[in-house]
Design a protein around this ligand. Structure first.
Ligand code: TMP
Length: 208
């Protein structure tokens, strides 16, 4: 039983702790898991991540940012995601193409058709079986993220940018309800985890 599961959300919504929680549930349920992230997951992808998130080029064009996200994704799909799925392993990925629709489409306001063309080019018909979007108001996420390390190039964006990112995520969940679900991440961690557990059962990803 192999599945392709992705986790999404704006900064500060608890992606890291919930990723570990999901991995634990999957492994208990007998999945052999490959846990990975975007941008990243390969040598080239991690090098692109460094370029994308560091402050060395604050004036990077939105098109360059979009193409680098998909360059990293193409490599990730070829070297990690597709081989794992073909090997009957479950892939749990910290962000995927829905992040591109949210950040480059919503945040940067790039033409969604461009993203969709790249999605079809790079992924063909491969889409995640389930995408969980941890959703909370921007102020809540930013207040939590603010307590951590120095913000990266994208985290440094203003609130209006993240409002658009959040809205784009909500729109994706409305548009593809059969594979994209919103999780209310404003509540306490155990209440968030309860919602996640329920979704994984509902999608027949966990046994029992
Ligand atoms: P994170 O995964 O550690 O939260 O950081 C990755 C950052 O990259 C985050 O700000 C979202 C951003 N990102 C995009 O803008 N587009 C994408 O397609 C992906 C995968 C991530």
């Amino acid at each position: 039983m192999r599945k392709f599961i992705t986790l999404e959300g704006i900064e500060g919504v608890g992606k890291t702790s919930n990723l570990h929680y999901i991995q634990g549930l999957l492994e208990l349920s007998g999945h052999s898991c490959v846990v990975t992230r975007e941008p990243g997951g390969t040598l080239l992808g991690e090098a692109l991540r460094e370029l994308l998130l560091s402050h060395s080029d604050d004036s990077m064009s939105a098109d360059a940012e979009l193409l680098m996200m998909f360059a990293a994704r193409a490599e990730h799909l070829n070297k990690v995601i597709r081989p794992a799925l073909e090997n009957n392993q479950t892939v749990l990925c910290d962000r995927f193409t829905e992040a591109t629709y949210a950040y480059q489409g919503g945040g940067r306001q790039l033409d969604v058709d461009k993203i969709s063309k790249l999605e079809v080019w790079v992924q063909e018909d491969l889409r995640p079986d389930l995408t969980l979007i941890l959703d909370a108001p921007v102020e809540v996420g930013r207040a939590r993220a603010g307590r951590r390390s120095e913000p990266d190039r994208i985290e440094k964006e203003h609130d209006a940018f993240f409002q658009r990112v959040r809205k784009a995520y909500i729109n994706l969940a409305e548009r593809y309800p059969h594979r994209i679900c919103l999780i209310n991440a404003s509540v306490e961690l155990d209440a968030v985890q309860l919602q996640i557990h329920k979704k994984l059962l509902e999608y027949n990803i966990l046994i029992g």
